[in-house]
Design a protein around this ligand. Structure first.
Ligand SMILES: O=C(O)CCC(=O)C(=O)O
Ligand SMILES: [Fe+2]
Length: 247
């Protein structure tokens, strides 16, 4: 057998340190619009909020290119009991530093907590940052995320001492849309059917993809049933995190 570190030919094999799940070298978050140029737009008060142009199309393009180089894995078609059928390619990482950048170096913190004009939203407590659990989704033709509710989770945010928090709202950031060749993939919300036999079922609320748009939607006990519709052409790319409140 060749000695350790040597190939049979005698060349030294470079030692490779693989840190399992080490955070990627995310591109810097630029260019971005200032919070003064952005607003929280209520699609359904206290349930769904949109931020158009949260990321610029230039930044989205940089990220799609970068994220394409990450080792995404296709989620199994058969979910665990109680989980939604979810067919997409994803990359998941616990990265408190990136979550902190997404919160502090973008307009998000100012929009959610800022002094400016903003809807009187119940964030479920004092918002202190974003969930370090960052999820990247890529949906290709035929992929989708079936109807489900998002859970609230307990998380620990960095600090000394570390801060106990829980998630209250989902953050979805769309990097692609019809403008980049993605067909379908809308996020669709289903309001609870009105009570009473004669009542018409409530119309679904369809959120069309828009490059750089972020949406926040309330989750946990008050989460609306929702889905990511099937992508029928091109690619849908999404970055997912959650708002965290002090626990
Ligand atoms: O990709 C989407 O449009 C929806 C994603 C979603 O519902 C989730 O991450 O829980
Ligand atoms: Fe969801």
């Amino acid at each position: 057998m060749a000695p350790r570190g040597k190939a049979k030919s005698g060349r030294t094999i470079q030692s490779i340190t693989v840190t399992p799940n080490s955070p990627p070298n995310w591109p810097q978050l630029r260019p971005l619009l200032s919070s003064l140029d952005l607003t929280l737009e209520e699609t359904i008060p206290d349930q769904i909020i949109k931020i158009h142009n949260f990321w610029t199309s230039t930044l989205c393009r940089t990220y799609v290119q970068f994220l394409s180089s990450l080792p995404l894995t296709t989620t199994p078609g058969k979910p665990k009991r109680g989980d939604a059928v979810r067919v997409n390619d994803r990359f998941q990482i616990d990265d408190p530093a990136f979550a902190d950048k997404l919160w502090n170096e973008t307009a998000l913190k100012s929009l959610v907590l800022g002094e400016g004009e903003r809807p009187d939203t119940d964030w479920g407590g004092d918002v202190i940052g974003l969930n370090p659990n960052i999820r990247i989704y890529r949906y290709k033709k035929g992929q989708f995320f079936d109807q489900h509710y998002d859970d609230s989770n307990n998380v620990t945010l960095p600090g000394s001492p570390p801060i106990q928090a829980k998630t209250t709202w989902t953050l979805l950031l769309y990097l692609t849309s019809a403008a980049t060749g993605c067909i379908g993939g809308e996020t669709v919300f289903y309001p609870d059917p009105p009570k009473g036999k004669k009542a018409e079922p409530a119309e679904p609320v369809v959120v069309d993809l828009e490059v750089g748009m972020a949406i926040l939607h309330k989750h946990g006990r008050d989460c609306m049933l929702h889905e990511g519709r099937e992508v029928t052409g091109g690619e849908k790319w999404v970055i997912r995190s959650d708002l965290c409140v002090r626990w």
